[in-house]
Design a protein around this ligand. Structure first.
Ligand SMILES: [Fe+2]
Ligand SMILES: [Fe+2]
Length: 477
C-alpha cells in the first residue's frame, strides 16, 4: 500500500534553509508560555490577519490573531495571508531574527531538501535560542509603563484636538468680524485679544497644529488662527532649546502678533481677497495684495503695539534673499528682521501650502516640510528652519502615513529633537487589507525598527471632509 503523500512537515529552527516556505509556526520558547502584554502585542501586530492556536485557562482554541491576549500560551500561528510573504519565506537574516524572537519550530512545505549537516548544529542552535530568550530583558512593569505613556500621549492629543476645534472656529470667526469692522472704518481688535487669551488658557497649540492638516482652511481667517497656533507651538519650544530670551514681553504678545500678521488684508478690497483666481506676479491685484504688511504695520503702530508685533506683520513676507520677486516690502535688510518674524514667515508658508486654497489643492504636511526644506537657506533662514524642522518633525502630528505592511495610520507624536525624525508614534487606523479598524494599534516606529513609513498621503484625499472625524475617533487602550 502506498502511503498518502504528506504536503507539509515539521522541522526545528536548525533545519530551516534558505528558500523554504513556512506554512505554520509550531514551537516557541518559554517566553510565549504564557505571553506577557508586550509579547502578545508583538504577535498581534506582526502577524496581522493570521490565526493562532492558544491555550487559555487550560482550553485549546483556534482564534484570529487579534484576539490573542496576555496570559495565553501560544501553541501555533497559521493561515498566513499573501501580504505576510516575508514571514514565511526563509532566508539567513530571517532565521537569525526567528532565533532572536524565540520561534523555534515550524511546519514547511515539502519539496525542499534539508541538508543533514544542519542537524549537527541543532543542539548548539537550540542552546543559542534558549540563551537568547533567557537574556535579561526590561522588566514587564517598565515596558508596561512606557506603553501606558504612549496611550496617554495619543488620548491626550485626540481630546485636545476635539476641544481646540471649537476655539479655532470661533477665533477665525472673530478675525473675520474684526476685519469686516475695519473695512467699515472701526479699528478695534479687542475681540481678537480675548481669543488670544482664550487660546493660551483653554486650547492646545499642539492640537491646533495637528488640526491644520486635518481640516480645510479658508484663505485668511482660519489661516491666521492656524499660523498663530503653529507659531506658538513651535516658538517657545525653540526658545527653550536655544536658551535665548523672547522678543515678546509675554506669551500673550507672541500669539497675538501671529494672529494679527495679516491684519492689513482688511484694507484690501474683498473682490481681490475672495477671488478664486491665482493672480499673476506682475498683476495689479498682486501689487495691491502685497501692500498688506505695510497697511497692517501702520494700523498696529497707531494702536501702540509693541515693536515685536509690528515687525512680524511688517516683514513676514521678506525673504532671506531680498532680491527675490516674492520678497516684499522692498528695501528691507534681512539682518534687521527679527528671529520671531523669520520663524513666522516659515509658519506662514507652511500653513498656506497645507491649508486649502480656492485655486489649489492642499498639500500633505510631510510634502510641505520636504518642499520647504529645499527652499531653506535661500527663501528662509536656514538655522531657523532647522529648529522648526526639529520641533515639527518631517511627519507633523496629524499626518496620514502608509506603513510598509500596507496599513495606514496617523502620526500622533513627533520624536524628540535630535532623534530620528523618520520614526514617529503612529496610530494605525486601517489594516494592511484596507479594512478600517474598530480598535486602533499604536506603533512606536523608533522601537519597531522593521516597520517603516513608505509614503505620506493627504488625509483629505482618503477621507475627504471627514478626515478630522476619523482622526478624533481614534481609540487606543
Ligand atoms: Fe501675509
Ligand atoms: Fe499669512
Amino acid at each position: 500500500m502506498v502511503a498518502p503523500k504528506k504536503k507539509n512537515r515539521e522541522i526545528s529552527i536548525g533545519d530551516l534553509k534558505q528558500g523554504m516556505v513556512i506554512t505554520a509556526y509550531t514551537s516557541f520558547t518559554s517566553r510565549y508560555r504564557p505571553m506577557d502584554k508586550v509579547t502578545s502585542d508583538f504577535i498581534r501586530h506582526n502577524f496581522r490577519n493570521t490565526r493562532a492556536i492558544i491555550n487559555r485557562n487550560g482550553i485549546k482554541q483556534d482564534i484570529p490573531i487579534q484576539y490573542v491576549s496576555p496570559g495565553d500560551d501560544l501553541l501555533r500561528i497559521h493561515s498566513f495571508p499573501p501580504e505576510l510573504k516575508k514571514l514565511i519565506t526563509v532566508n539567513k537574516p530571517f532565521i537569525k531574527e526567528l532565533q532572536k524572537r524565540g520561534m523555534i519550530g515550524f511546519q514547511i512545505k515539502v519539496g525542499m531538501e534539508i541538508a543533514d549537516e544542519s542537524r549537527r548544529d541543532l543542539k548548539e542552535l537550540i542552546k543559542l535560542v534558549e540563551q537568547t530568550s533567557n537574556k535579561p530583558r526590561k522588566s514587564p512593569s517598565i515596558i508596561q509603563e512606557k506603553k501606558q505613556e504612549k496611550i496617554e500621549i495619543v488620548n491626550t492629543l485626540i481630546r485636545k484636538v476635539r476641544e481646540s476645534h471649537e476655539v479655532r472656529n470661533k477665533t477665525a470667526a472673530s478675525i473675520e468680524n474684526t476685519m469686516d469692522q475695519i473695512r467699515k472704518g472701526k479699528i478695534n481688535i479687542s475681540e481678537i485679544q480675548q481669543f488670544a487669551k482664550q487660546i493660551i488658557q483653554s486650547a492646545s497649540e499642539d492640537a491646533m497644529t495637528a488640526l491644520t492638516g486635518l481640516r480645510q482652511s479658508d484663505q485668511i481667517y482660519a489661516h491666521c488662527v492656524d499660523v498663530g497656533a503653529i507659531f506658538q507651538a513651535t516658538y517657545f519650544k525653540i526658545l527653550e532649546r536655544k536658551g535665548t530670551r523672547s522678543a515678546f514681553q509675554n506669551q500673550y504678545d507672541a500669539i497675538l502678533g501671529a494672529l494679527l500678521h495679516d491684519l492689513g488684508k482688511a484694507k484690501i478690497p474683498k473682490s481681490i481677497i475672495d477671488s478664486t483666481e491665482h493672480f499673476d506676479k506682475n498683476s495689479r491685484a498682486t501689487q495691491i495684495l502685497r501692500s498688506h504688511p505695510v497697511f497692517g504695520a501702520e494700523m498696529l503702530a497707531r494702536m501702540n503695539m509693541p515693536n515685536s508685533i509690528i515687525d512680524m506683520t511688517h516683514y513676514h513676507h521678506v525673504k532671506q534673499d531680498t532680491a527675490m520677486l516674492s520678497s516684499y516690502p522692498a528695501g528691507v535688510d534681512f539682518k534687521d528682521v527679527l528671529f520671531e518674524t523669520r520663524l513666522l514667515s516659515i509658519v506662514d508658508i507652511y500653513q498656506a501650502l497645507v491649508g486649502k486654497r480656492n485655486y489649489k489643492k492642499s498639500w500633505s504636511p510631510p510634502s510641505t516640510m520636504r518642499y520647504l526644506n529645499a527652499l531653506a537657506g535661500v527663501e528662509y533662514d536656514l538655522k531657523v528652519w532647522e529648529q522648526f524642522l526639529q520641533v515639527m518633525g518631517i511627519y507633523p502630528k496629524g499626518s496620514l502615513v502608509e506603513l510598509n505592511d500596507d496599513s495606514l495610520g496617523f502620526v500622533m507624536s513627533v520624536p524628540n529633537p535630535g532623534k530620528d525624525l523618520e520614526s514617529p508614534l503612529v496610530a494605525v487606523i486601517r489594516n494592511s487589507q484596507g479594512e478600517d479598524m474598530a480598535h486602533h494599534d499604536i506603533i512606536d516606529l523608533s522601537v519597531e525598527k522593521d516597520i517603516k513609513i513608505v509614503r505620506d498621503i493627504d488625509s483629505q484625499d482618503v477621507f475627504g471632509d471627514h478626515a478630522l472625524d476619523v482622526f478624533t475617533s481614534i481609540s487606543v487602550s
